[in-house]
Design a protein. Structure first.
Length: 105
């Protein structure tokens, strides 16, 4: 895996989510209480962008059918409103060096 710069730490404010594109992948980066987490941005249910959703504690809620994923582990925390069984989200390692944010993809 390669470590790639995705911006400055100030680009990812506490309590916010942001979509970044890295090597053709859309990735969601969220700042939870000063710690950055990243998962795939595409919901495994109907391919909606999770960055258009909502934060709820340590989870992101998809705006399409309300599926919930842990930002820390990528695990499905709640199935979508349709009741479909869905896959977990891939996660990506984030590091910060001298206020610059790197992701391993």
């Amino acid at each position: 895996m390669t470590s790639i710069s995705i911006g400055k730490l100030s680009d990812f404010p506490k309590g916010k989510m942001k979509k970044v594109s890295v090597k053709g992948k859309e990735i969601l980066v969220a700042n939870l209480d000063g710690r950055l987490y990243s998962i795939d941005d595409t919901c495994t249910h109907e391919e909606c962008s999770l960055s258009d959703g909502f934060l709820s504690g340590e989870n992101v809620i998809c705006h399409c059918h309300l599926a919930q994923f842990s930002l820390k582990t990528g695990k499905v925390m709640q199935k979508p409103a349709t009741g479909d069984v869905i896959d977990d989200e891939p996660t990506y390692k984030i590091s910060v060096k001298r206020q610059e944010v790197f992701i391993e993809v």
